[in-house]
Design a protein around this ligand. Structure first.
Ligand SMILES: Nc1nc2c(c(=O)[nH]1)N[C@H]1C(S)=C(S)[C@@H](COP(=O)(O)O)O[C@H]1N2
Ligand SMILES: [Mo]
Length: 316
């Protein structure tokens, strides 16, 4: 993210909405995930068999419905996951080595009931939903991704946060033997992120476990990753292992790396430029003409009230 603003966008070869509905039809008719393996262009991206039916996740009313989905190929091959390298193609190339089972998430800090939950228990905390969200990277590109996940609030409620808890810190996996990127101190590993408690509990905030009706591929943050659609992509920590409730604003990996470039809030805001480039426009992956970037990534009706009275140029 520090390095450059990308113009080397992957060409798109398949029309994802069509492919997607074809796959969903296969899945719905009971042929199952195996059937999607024979569809052209998807064999390389076959996901591990989910333990719950991701493909039957109900579409949430919080979904964006009117925009076309970004190609599955681009969603799974054009990634930022610096633990596997800083090039967009590195995660797809190297992330297979990530060990995602067994996987536990410990939820601790200012809570009444600290807990360590296994990934399969987390999948049962709430019914999985499909959320089609616009995602905007601080680098100036955006995608529309059909996530499968559960409201983060339903997970956080499991531990009964104490009154003093004001923030939530997210700590992600470090597997040095499996992650070529962590041998270099590009960031202060583990990659950490944070939200204010009310942002974390907001109904738009989800813990994603899948996309396009299948379990997340490692490059997208398997087995579970944060998705906060009104904030820049880097807030969406991948492969989370620990969630900690605190009374102080956590310092995130990106704040440590560039305090004048990456603030704690990181709301998508076309009026606050990155010090080295404008944030007024974005390139939707798969489109040629740039679009105007929308305040809060277009989710202002749902989230603007979280920031009433705050100066969002100071709290960038
Ligand atoms: N652990 C971890 N999480 C991460 C990152 C990372 O480097 N490491 N990159 C972030 C950035 S900058 C973006 S834009 C999104 C990209 O998510 P995607 O590849 O699934 O689109 O992941 C975010 N989460
Ligand atoms: Mo990003």
């Amino acid at each position: 993210m520090l390095i450059k603003s990308p113009d080397d966008i992957l060409p798109s070869e398949i029309t994802s909405p069509a492919l997607y509905s074809r796959r969903r039809d296969f899945i719905k008719t009971g042929i199952g995930l195996g059937a999607s393996l024979i569809l052209p262009g998807t064999a390389a991206f076959a996901a591990p068999k989910p333990t719950v039916p991701f493909s039957t996740a109900k579409k949430s009313p919080y979904s964006t419905t009117d925009e076309s989905l970004t190609d599955h190929q681009d969603v799974t091959r054009y990634n930022n996951y610096y633990e596997f390298g800083t090039n967009k193609a590195d995660p797809a190339r190297y992330a297979d080595a990530l060990q995602t089972r067994p996987w536990t998430v410990s939820i601790e800090g200012l809570v009444k009931q600290p807990k360590t939950l296994g990934i399969d228990d987390i999948l049962k905390v709430a019914p999985l939903e499909e959320r089609i969200y616009r995602m905007r990277c601080v680098e100036g590109w955006s995608m529309v991704i059909p996530w499968v996940g559960l409201p983060l609030s339903s997970l956080l409620k499991q531990v009964e946060p104490l009154g003093g808890a004001k923030y939530v810190e997210f700590i992600t996996a470090v597997q040095p033997e499996n992650m070529p990127g962590v041998r270099r101190r590009v960031l202060d590993w583990p990659y950490t992120e944070g939200l204010r408690l009310d942002e974390a509990m907001h109904p738009l905030t989800i813990m994603a476990v899948g996309l396009y009706g299948e379990a997340l591929l490692n490059q997208n943050g398997a087995p579970l990753r944060l998705v906060v659609p009104w904030k820049y992509g880097f807030k969406n920590g991948k492969s989370i292992v620990k969630i900690r409730f605190t009374d102080k604003e956590p310092r995130t990996s990106w704040m440590k790396a560039g305090p004048f470039e990456y603030g704690f809030y990181s709301n998508v805001n076309p009026e606050v430029d990155h010090p080295r480039w404008s944030q007024a426009r974005e390139r939707r992956i798969g489109e040629f003409t740039k679009r105007k970037t929308l305040m809060f990534n277009g989710y202002g009706d749902q989230v603007a009230q979280l920031y009433t009275g705050m100066n969002l140029k100071i709290n960038f």
